[in-house]
Each structure stands twice: as C-alpha cells, then as structure tokens.
Design a protein around this ligand. Sequence first.
Ligand SMILES: [Zn+2]
Length: 322
Amino acid sequence: MNQLRCHISRDQAYRAKRQALKKLEGSPEQQFTKLWDYAEELRRTNPGSTIILGGLAYKNALWKAARASTVGEFKLRMEEKQLNQDAFDWFNDPPTEWSKSHFNEFPKCDILLNNCCESFNGNIMDARDKPILTMLEWIREYLMRRLQENREKTSKKWKDTLCPKIKKLLQKNVDKIGDCIPIKANDRHYQISCYDGNQYSVDLEMRTCTCRIWQLSGIPCKHACSAIFNQNLQPEDMVHPYYNVDTYKQVYEHAILPISGQTLWSETGLVPPLPPNFGRGPGRPAGAKKGLMSQMLKQQRNHVKTYQVKEAKGEAPLQDMW
Ligand SMILES: [Zn+2]
C-alpha cells in the first residue's frame, strides 16, 4: 500500500475487494436468478443433456406433495416435480406413510412429523446409562411427575371446552374465511368457492369437506368454518371430541402410583435373570473422543483470540490466522 502511496485501513481494502468482486461476478442472489436460464442454455447447446436443479427446490416440492390433502392435489404436486420415472414410481408406492392425501381419516391426526419418540428419548437421556433398576425408577418417577403436572394444568389453567393448542389452530382457520364464499344448498350442504379458483363441498352433518382437512384433523377447515358461520353455528362445537379438555382429562386420569424403597420389597425367591456382558467395545471410548474434540476446539479458540489481539496491535498478517 505504501508503494502505491495509498493510505487506507485493512477493513477499507477488504470492503473495496468485496465490491469489486460483486461487480465482476454478480451477487449470489443475482446468480440464483439466472439458474434456469443457465440450464436452458446448457440444454440448447448440448442437446440430450439431463439437467436437474435439485436441492431446496426439490425439497420444497416434496413438502408440497406431503402436505397435499387430496389425491388430486398430490398428483398435481408430483407432476410438477418432473422426477424421472423410477423416482416417481418409488414415491408413488403408495404414499400412505408420508402424504396427507393418503392418510387414514379415522385417527383425526394429520401430523407429518411425529417427534414423540425423539422427545421422550431426549428427556430420559440422564437415565439411559444408569444400572437397570436406577434407570427404571428414574423413568417411573419422571412419568409419575409428568402425568400429575398434566392433570394440574387442566384443572388450574384450562377453562375452555377445547384444548388451547387446538383453539389456536381453529382460530387460524377462522381468520381465513374471508377467502371463501359459501353457497347454501340446504341445511347441511354448502358449496364453497375460493378466490384461488377452487371449489369445495361441505357437509355439516357428516362433518366433511372435500378438501379432506376436516376429516383428517377433526378441526373444521376454513371452508367448513365459512359454512358453519353461515348456518349460525359455532366452529368450537364442530371440533371432534378428541380435542376436548374432558377427553384430555380422561386420557391422563390414570396415575402411576408410588412404590416403597428396596428394603421394603417382599422377596419372591425366583431365579433372577442374568445381566448382559459389560465389556469395553473396540476403538476409542466415546468419552475420550469427546475430550479430544473439546481440547482441539479450545486450542482453536485460543488461537483465534491470540490472532485477534495481534491484529488489534497491527502485528498479524492474514496467513497467521490458521
Ligand atoms: Zn375444506
């Protein structure tokens, strides 16, 4: 810099470099906007090439297919993805486990991701490496406490007929009824026209809508809410009883009862089962690995800190950092 008789700070030099590169190469956002054009140019100049713009676009397309609640919408979403035939067949085989369009309507549950097991395993993490009786007692006490907390929650905080989370979900659907125009056919049937051009049929007596969201979730969809209000009814009364606070109370009414300590247990005299062999597995123990990793991270952090101090004093060339 001195040779060029230019007196600027290091930060100014980096900012100038970034701006120059942006002008030369374009920003990442700009480049993304050109991806389809680039693919088309490749196809034009190299006939017969297969170009797949995957990643996030495919992921989003797959989620749209998973969230589709009718078979017709599912087919539409699958065709949009332009998958090759093998992938198309594999996803279509049939998607009863991953797309709402093929879910059974009986359980009134349209959840795509079920984190119950992960959540439970995460909570019992502290107990999992303990000896068997200690572990079982830890889990039993945890469940005993949790069931009681759930019961107390319902009696102290929940004053409505519906459980709070379901009420929020229902409110979201009610907020969207402005998109729907209800046409009454008779006291139970409605035709609902939406501003997106779609049309659905609602049966208030059977509690169904042809979008299937009401049947799948047990909570009236926006089309159903529109018909319910038109009929001067309340959407809360049309939610499936599974989601009532009374049902929740019934589910949790059975308590896990306390037990006495080991000294008070009666002896059965039965032959105890043999414990499994506890041997050290091959390779480095997980604990040691973790120790090594944390030591390396600590060293790295110290190195960065030293560099920052040197840089502040103007003593550190860039290549010193790593
Ligand atoms: Zn609907």
